[in-house]
Design a protein around this ligand. Structure first.
Ligand code: 13P
Length: 351
């Protein structure tokens, strides 16, 4: 009897995870990451002369979640612990605003990438302690998916095997805990695009990282149909003298994923990672144009900078700029929805 009940619960949880994961990739929409930690958000504000206060962060996040028709192109938003507890100026909780817009609330649950002991230049993401209880609270607040970001830097002699393995294991332990709590894990192993390393170097490291991530996800019995992968695109670093074409990046990224990501995973939602807004959309578009008929998974987006960037520049902390900033945010979200359909062109960004 008890065993039957437990099995029934498990089956319900599984169906709920599949439902959420499918909803996140449905209808050519994608995710909007607005989960910058306070230090990261403050850094972006400081560059534009915006005060680095709780109220400024709240006002900016209110601008995002109240953007008219955001739900046309965004299926889920990723919040930060401070943000998920905040309200609009009129007192309406952000969670309510988001849900009413037909968008699924998600939450960043790692506590940041910290220096890895004994590994100069490398990071390990923390946040597993107490995670089960935090997930339970976020679920009760209305979150239905979560995010954990691992950071892999490329340099002389790095990444080390131990850094790749430790981060992959943490991602997998986080993902298993999420699924236990009824939340879809967004699994984000990010190979950074800093420096001048080549596309080929990024390809080799990304392949190795993704292989390890899926070994660990299987080892921790993560249910692949109930997760989303959020990887970097395979790109030349920002300062690499050779910048391959959009089509080459699309080809290499697709083939790297094809070699490493099981077809049971429903969706891959890329991070933008510091690419220009237009390049991020153009590269996603090219993948969907060139490989649409061969894709085992949906190829979507989970951008922060490549959606928010123009809006933040327009807003600059001034209430009178809110409407124009919201239009810019909506436009970038629409461009990325078009990229999922293979309908994006750089001309869209010039209008
Ligand atoms: P970017 O799209 O700005 O890389 O951010 C994605 C993200 O969620 C980083 O964790």
């Amino acid at each position: 009897m008890r065993k039957a009940f437990v099995l029934e619960q498990h089956e319900m949880n599984t169906q709920q995870l599949i439902g959420t994961a499918q909803a996140l990739i449905a209808d050519d929409k994608g995710l909007l990451a607005m989960d910058e930690s306070n230090p990261t958000c403050n850094k972006r504000f400081a560059k534009l002369g915006i005060p680095q206060t709780v109220e400024a962060r709240r006002a900016y996040r209110e601008l995002i979640v109240t953007t008219p028709r955001l739900g046309e192109c965004i299926s889920g938003v990723i919040l930060y612990d401070e943000t998920i507890r905040q309200q609009k100026k009129d007192g309406t909780p952000f969670i309510e605003v988001i849900t009413d817009a037909g968008i699924i609330p998600g939450i960043k649950v790692d506590t940041g990438a910290k220096d890895m002991a004994g590994h100069p230049g490398e990071k390990i993401t923390e946040g597993l302690d107490g995670l089960r209880d935090r997930l339970k609270e976020y679920f009760q607040m209305g979150a239905r998916f979560a995010k954990w970001r691992a950071v892999i830097a490329i340099g002389v002699g790095i990444p080390s095997r131990s850094c790749i393995e430790a981060n992959a294991q943490a991602l997998a332990r986080y993902a298993a805990l999420c699924q236990d709590a009824g939340l879809v894990p967004v699994v984000e192993p990010e190979v950074l695009m800093d420096g001048d390393r080549t596309l080929e170097c990024c390809r080799a490291v990304t392949e190795e990282v993704l292989r390890n991530v899926f070994i660990q996800l299987n080892c921790q019995r993560v249910f692949l149909e109930g997760m989303i992968l959020k990887p970097n695109m395979v790109v030349p670093a920002l300062n690499c003298p050779t910048q391959e074409s959009v089509d080459t990046v699309a080809d290499i990224t697709f083939h790297t994923l094809l070699r490493t990501v099981p077809a049971a995973v429903p969706g891959i939602a890329f991070l933008s990672g510091g690419q220009s807004d237009e390049l991020a959309s153009a590269r996603l578009n090219a993948m969907n144009v060139r490989f649409k008929s061969r894709l085992p998974w949906a190829l979507a987006f989970s951008f922060a900078r490549a959606i928010q960037h123009p809006a933040l520049e327009i807003w600059r902390g001034e209430e009178t700029n809110t409407s124009a900033a919201q239009q810019a945010l909506h436009h970038r979200a629409m461009c990325n929805r078009a990229a999922r359909r293979g309908d994006y062109s750089v001309a869209m960004d010039k209008t």
